[in-house]
Design a protein around this ligand. Structure first.
Ligand code: ZN
Length: 989
């Protein structure tokens, strides 16, 4: 939890200077510079390891959520994904920790709230965060040994990178295919059309960066020795940047790093700064890509225009560019939004739009998806820039003020993962020679900007446009959906496979078979994990954090250190009010409020005002399950936050959007919104297909899950798609969309059953807000004869007559889920089910579904509030095998698992990583407000979790899992050649 002094005292600053004497040597590290940043209440310390040249950045801040990271600059030599495969294999065992996947094993020996490894375009980093000091020491040791001394065995390369293997490992007659975790991960990425566009764009404009993640077509060129060589060249202290953040003593980490680096010398050769293509004339590239089956044929092009605008090394100019990008493309009043999206040229901005500092250059990109005339796009964009240069004051001063205001506010809004966010913002530049201190000089940059704005006004931005955009070479990149794209990828893979297998003789094939068996044996081996450091169950406190809430007349109050900000949440309970047929419209209704505009004002005007006076206003409709009964609670919620002195504005905006939103008058804006929602449907499924599959399966069991499916699941996507197809027929549109939303407004906007939650830093402020609430309530209708509807708790479930469902999407891989019914939150079996799901994931499914099955991820999870137990797999090449594994899991737990107390304790540690993860001030007590889970219920569940025994695990397995037919859902392409399909329910979207 974040807790620090409200006012940074000069005493603390003086103390920091004494603690880190510039020029002093601490365990082989020289303190080069320190930078106190009082407005962020931190002191940055820049150090270098004299012997190796390794750089270290420490952020001293009174925050117990400590962060550690080690990063290496890793220029990809080609598109085989060697940096990415190395990131994976590095974590497959090291000299000090010679076990399979120590990183993954540490997940259940730790209380870290974040552990990961990530490959950037030209750097790789390994960060974690934890509040437990012993944990910090343990993980730091594993991270350093894993990266510096990994075993990198051939079998790790085979498992994580790529290999040839029989489709069925035990059958030498079965087909030989490509397998491998990264191979399938990247095939899965390609299924996401937005990712595909982004990665092909990067490859085209910045070919020297290659593709650090790996292009599936090229991954199979990578050889084992290339991997070893890449590690040897790059994972060296001289090429490393380490980072620490928080309140733990720096000297302790320096001492440890110094020991670990002691065997290394200094390397002179640095990884060079890679450059993009030289853009000295217009370049136009057009490639084929996946068809989005949820969009009409004339909306299948994504296209963008990019200009190279200086270098991120110039931090001030990069800041100005970002402000310009914001003025051009952010929000309803921005010129590009109005002329490209609202005008209907495109459905939504393309994913690469905006200002992006990449390695050595800044890109300014304007692009759209769902366009059919790229020339029109180009002419329009050129004309917009021309007009911006010709106008006297092209940018509304209020909008610029609003941007400054937003920047200031975001600094005050405390995040629970502040240290990690800081690391992410500093690292890409730092690995490419940008001084990390520059990123911390926030106030200085802002002050300079304010001064410049006074003297130069809009010419500040016009000069930038003239310098980099108008009449400058432009890089145009487009991808057009093509019907045979998926087929062409499959053909390419088949041809590549054939080329490899054609050269195999009988002995090779025998070896492949033997190797497959051997890998499987290794994966099945029971290992001795005693070399790994671990926390104990006693490290978890029996009493959890409590966030006392005061109940006042109208509102609930949480007084905490909010740093001068007031957060207000309102909600209205909609149970038994809304007719079922209007449920699918609820999310669109909520979205409309913050997109359409009122009778008197355009939304662009309202939005500018919102940004000027508040940190943001949002509205949503969500369903939660009652903690005691699992019955649904349907809530219409609206949130807002601002400086204490401006909290009255939140209510003004709420009144405006709730009462005055005009659906009829703004029906053109409504069409734009529907197009925009429809345009990213397919990509969101490619991103989290397992969650969609899980939601669809769960909707067979409980009305709360069925409502959630209607609001957020595949059914919602289908619904939006249906509305999208109505847009051309005005009469249908008015009747099926506009009329319904107007009807909903009558149901939703009412003072009855309204509740509020106020988070503030003083009673006095909370008192002020209380009177603002009363005033606000009086503006709302308070009909005595309220509209009423059918029982929300009787909302119809999805039925598929016991058949599994295949939901067809044109992806390269599948996502699966199998769900079973559990219990309400307060029922004691819930804790045992949660522990069991965790043990299954870590002790069984990870091996079966990921290591053996080649899926990117897989496991079991238990949703405590919804009371649903579910299995899932992510980017899965063998969905049917996974479903079979899921089905047999109950039997496995009872007959084969042979779990002991350590296994049980480890599961509990993993669960408590999330239970005890730090909360930001604005998050404190919110679960109570949103779902009715009290601190006492949480404490009871905490104790239940800690007390779960192996007997309990067996008992709930027998009761809820064994011989139960779960509901299965698979998302992805057709499963050809399988005889089971006739027995499936197939859904085409
Ligand atoms: Zn990966």
């Amino acid at each position: 939890m974040l807790r620090f002094q409200r006012f940074a005292s000069s005493y603390a600053q003086a103390q920091a200077v004494r603690k880190y004497p510039v020029g002093g040597i601490l365990h082989g590290y020289e303190v080069r510079r320190i930078l106190p940043v009082p407005e962020l209440r931190l002191t940055a310390v820049d150090l270098v390891h004299s012997q190796t040249g390794a750089e270290h950045l420490h952020i001293d801040r009174d925050d117990k959520n400590n962060v550690f990271s080690i990063a290496f600059k890793t220029n990809p030599p080609d598109a085989t994904g060697v940096p990415h495969i190395l990131e994976h294999t590095t974590l497959c065992g090291s000299v000090k920790y010679p076990v399979r996947d120590p990183f993954f094993k540490m997940l259940n020996k730790s209380l870290a709230n974040f552990m990961n490894a990530m490959t950037g375009p030209d750097y790789t980093f390994f960060p974690f965060s934890t509040t437990n000091p012993q944990d910090f020491i343990n993980l730091r040791g594993v991270y350093l040994d894993s990266t510096l001394n990994p075993l990198l065995k051939q079998e790790d390369f085979d498992q994580e990178g790529w290999r040839l293997e029989h489709n069925s490992i035990t059958d030498p007659e079965s087909e030989i295919v490509f397998k491998g975790v990264v191979y399938n991960e990247m095939k899965g990425q390609i299924s996401n059309a937005n990712y595909y566009f982004w990665s092909k764009f990067q490859q085209a404009i910045y070919p020297s960066l290659n593709n650090s993640g790996g292009d599936p077509m090229k991954i199979t060129n990578l050889k084992y020795n290339d991997l070893l060589d890449f590690h040897h060249r790059n994972y060296h202290p001289s090429n490393a940047k380490t980072f620490t953040y928080g309140n733990l003593p720096l000297v302790d980490t320096l001492k440890y790093l110094n020991q670990q680096f002691s065997g290394y010398g200094k390397r002179a050769r640095k990884n060079k700064l890679l450059l993009p293509i030289e853009l000295n004339k217009d370049i136009n590239i057009k490639l084929p890509g996946q068809v989005d089956t949820m969009l009409p044929p004339e909306k299948q092009i994504k296209s963008s225009m990019t200009w190279i605008c200086g270098a991120p090394q110039n931090t001030y100019e990069t800041f100005l560019l970002k402000v310009l990008g914001n003025l051009l493309m952010d929000g309803h009043s921005s010129v590009m939004y109005q002329k490209l999206i609202e005008s209907g040229i495109g459905l939504e901005f393309s994913v690469n739009s905006g200002v992006e500092p990449t390695t050595a250059v800044n890109f300014l990109t304007v692009g759209v998806q769902g366009v059919n005339d790229t020339q029109l796009l180009k002419n329009t964009v050129d004309r917009i820039f021309q007009e911006l240069l010709e106008a006297d004051c092209p940018f509304d001063r209020k909008r610029i003020d609003a941007i400054i205001q937003q920047l200031e506010l975001s600094k005050k809004d405390q995040k629970a993962d502040f240290g990690l966010q800081l690391l992410y913002s500093v690292l890409p530049g730092w690995t490419n020679g940008i001084d990390p201190f520059e990123n911390l000089l926030f106030d200085e940059i802002l002050q300079r900007f304010r001064n410049d704005l006074k003297t130069k006004g809009d010419t500040l931005f016009q000069d930038l446009i003239r310098k980099y955009v108008t009449n400058k070479p432009c890089f145009t990149f487009s991808i057009q959906g093509s019907e045979d794209f998926s087929k062409s990828l499959e053909d390419e893979e088949q041809a590549r496979l054939k080329k490899k297998t054609d050269t195999l003789d009988d002995q090779d094939k025998k070896n492949i078979f033997k190797r497959g068996i051997l890998l499987q044996e290794k994966q099945n081996e029971k290992e001795d994990l005693s070399c790994l450091p671990t926390l104990q169950i006693k490290d978890i406190p029996r009493t959890g954090d409590k966030y006392p809430i005061e109940k006042k007349n109208i509102s609930l109050r949480r007084i905490t250190d909010t740093n001068g900000i007031t957060y207000i949440r309102g909600k209205r309970i909609l149970n038994d009010i809304i007719p079922y047929e209007l449920f699918p419209y609820l999310p669109l209704f909520a979205e409309s409020l913050t997109n359409l505009g009122t009778t008197k004002e355009l939304f662009s005007e309202i939005e500018d005002q919102i940004k000027l006076h508040t940190g943001g206003i949002s509205t949503h409709v969500e369903v939660t399950s009652d903690p005691s009964t699992s019955e649904p609670h349907l809530n219409f919620g609206f949130d807002g936050w601002s400086l204490n002195s401006k909290s009255d504005h939140i209510f003004k905006f709420w009144s405006k959007i709730l009462l005055e939103t005009d659906f009829r008058k703004n029906s053109d804006k409504l069409k734009v919104l529907i197009r925009l929602l429809a345009s990213s449907n397919t990509s969101s499924v490619a991103d989290s297909g397992h969650a969609f599959a899980r939601g669809y399966s769960a909707a067979h069991y409980r009305s709360s899950s069925a409502i959630s499916e209607t609001l957020n699941g595949i059914e919602q996507l289908q619904f939006i798609n249906k509305l999208h197809n109505l847009l051309e027929n005005e009469e249908d549109f008015q009747r099926e969309v506009v009329d319904k939303l107007i009807e909903l407004q009558k149901y939703l906007v009412n003072a009855k059953d309204m509740k509020f939650f106020v988070t503030s830093d003083s009673d006095a402020q909370a008192q002020i807000v209380e009177s603002q609430i009363s005033k606000f309530m009086k503006t709302l209708p308070d009909d005595k004869c309220l509209l009423s509807g059918p029982k929300t708790s009787a909302y119809p479930l999805i039925k598929s007559e016991g058949k599994p469902t295949l939901i067809k999407f044109p992806f390269q891989v599948h996502y699966t889920s199998q769900a079973l019914s559990g219990v309400a939150y307060t029922h004691k079996d819930g804790a045992a089910l949660q522990v069991m799901s965790n043990m299954l994931t870590f002790k069984h499914l990870h091996r079966e579904v990921r290591e053996k099955g080649g899926a990117y991820g897989g496991g079991a999870s238990y949703s405590a509030l919804a009371g649903i137990f579910s299995f899932y797999s992510y980017r899965d090449p063998q969905p049917l095998n996974s479903l079979e594994t899921f089905k047999n899991s109950g039997q496995y737990v009872l007959d084969d698992a042979k779990w002991g107390t350590t296994d049980l304790d480890e599961a509990k540690l993993t669960i408590f990583q999330q239970v005890d993860a730090p909360t930001s001030p604005k998050g404190e007590g919110v679960t109570y407000f949103m779902s009715g889970v009290t601190d006492d219920m949480k404490q009871a569940r905490r104790e239940q979790l800690l007390d779960v025994s192996l007997l309990d695990v067996h008992r709930v397995t027998e009761k809820y899992l064994l011989n139960k037919e779960g509901v299965s859902t698979v998302i992805g392409p057709g499963i050809e050649g399988k005889t089971v399909l006739p027995k499936w329910e197939v859904k085409e979207l």
